[in-house]
Design a protein around this ligand. Structure first.
Ligand code: UTP
Length: 234
């Protein structure tokens, strides 16, 4: 069975606690789980940002704010585990070894953040490398990686295909522009490059996009891999 790691943006799964998309994701993930091994890394979303903002207002350092963000990602992950019931391993993995151990049960493995100074994109890339995933999917609130921020620039064009090096250039270039929208964090970019695991960035606001990509090989988004072929069909 193929192994697929899915980075599920908090902004997609839990934009806010009340406006969560957990039940829609549960039904899609249960259908996908019968066809491949899935590992899900859940982001912090709006609630993490609220905690981090309040912590900064208290004058705490960035690492402490990150620790709070990690706790919220794990809380979101726990909520997804609860929704998935028997389909998921009942605990949220807190490191990569645990994730591998939990996967031996054949159930969906869910995790959140791990360590400060990164985001769950980095966690998903390291997890993909750790478990030898065939594919990494980043389900986010944009349908791919654009030449500019599509929410601000009407002329922004979606990249259909990027090499890992081109992705890294975009990430490091974006860091130099204040306020630029960074697609993935730098750790994620580097791990994607060194592992050679293909990455698909797609719009996760509709969970069916995940089903179509994984089960039917059909997607709208950006593929990051060395060749321009579709790794979903290989
Ligand atoms: P996210 O991965 O959700 O960050 O982690 P994000 O960029 O806000 O992603 P979206 O918008 O939800 O998709 C939330 C916060 O948790 C901390 C960071 O502070 C991050 O901004 N975090 C997360 C860590 O410090 N380490 C981790 O491994 C994961």
């Amino acid at each position: 069975m193929k192994k697929i790691v899915i980075s599920l943006g908090g902004s997609v799964l839990v934009p806010s606690l009340e406006s969560n998309n957990i039940s829609r994701y549960v039904s899609v993930l249960e259908r996908i789980a019968g066809k491949c091994r899935i590992f899900i890394v859940v982001g912090g979303g709006g609630e993490a940002r609220r905690y981090i903002r309040v912590a900064r207002d208290l004058g705490v350092g960035e690492a402490t704010a990150d620790e709070l963000g990690i706790l919220v990602t794990r809380l979101n992950a726990r909520l997804l585990v609860a929704g998935l019931g028997d389909a998921a391993y009942p605990r949220v993995a807190e490191n990569y070894t645990e994730a591998k151990e939990f996967a031996e049960t054949g159930r969906i493995v869910v995790m959140g953040g791990i360590t400060p100074a990164q985001t769950t994109d980095a966690v998903s890339a390291v997890l993909a490398e750790s478990v030898g995933a065939d594919l990494l999917i980043n389900a986010t609130s944009v349908n791919g990686i654009y030449s500019a921020d599509p929410k601000k620039d009407a002329g922004a064009v979606r990249h259909e295909h990027l090499t890992p090096q081109e992705l890294l250039d975009i990430i490091t270039g974006a860091r130099m522009n204040a306020g630029a929208n960074i697609v993935l964090d730098i750790v994620a970019g580097k791990v994607i490059e060194r592992s050679g695991i293909p990455l698909l960035v797609l719009d996760g606001r509709d969970p069916e996009n995940l089903y179509r990509a994984i089960v039917e090989g059909a997607y709208v988004g950006t593929i990051v891999c060395e060749e321009s072929s579709n790794p979903l069909l290989s």
